[in-house]
Design a protein around this ligand. Structure first.
Ligand code: AMP
Ligand code: ZN
Length: 112
């Protein structure tokens, strides 16, 4: 449910967050439980619970967001490289049912 969604609540200002960027398509916030020196989350405004439910329109939006991230490396502090992750479902450890892209960087990351 959108009403119960943590990321939609952040978007509406009902929950506080460290918001670094927002435009008409998405926002970038700091993850509250960082898994790397820099751990940000890019969150489309569009509420889609799982990446496996994504429409072609939504996929195009995610591509646009990835392109924007690539042009924001300086301000995000990830010019030395970064990793983008989308978790899908239980085995991947997805905890928030609103598709989002993790941005990890700011240090040498473990190889995967
Ligand atoms: P996932 O496990 O892929 O669903 O990612 C959800 C992420 O959201 C986790 O890394 C959480 O630490 C992060 N998170 C949950 N609630 C908040 C919040 N209120 N502000 C910032 N990050 C959050
Ligand atoms: Zn949502």
């Amino acid at each position: 449910m959108m009403e119960d969604c943590v990321f939609c609540k952040i978007r509406k200002g009902e929950l506080t967050s460290s918001k670094l960027y927002e435009d008409d398509d998405f926002m970038i916030i700091k993850d509250i439980n960082p898994q790397a020196k820099i751990h940000l989350i890019a969150i489309p405004h569009m509420h889609v619970p799982y990446i496996d439910m994504m429409t072609e329109e939504g996929a195009l939006l995610l591509g646009k967001i990835m392109s924007k991230i690539s042009h924001m490396q300086e301000e995000l502090g990830i010019t030395e490289g970064y990793r983008l992750i989308i978790n899908q479902g239980e085995n991947a450890g997805q905890t928030v049912g609103h598709v989002h892209i993790h941005i990890l960087g700011g240090e040498k990351l473990d190889e995967i």
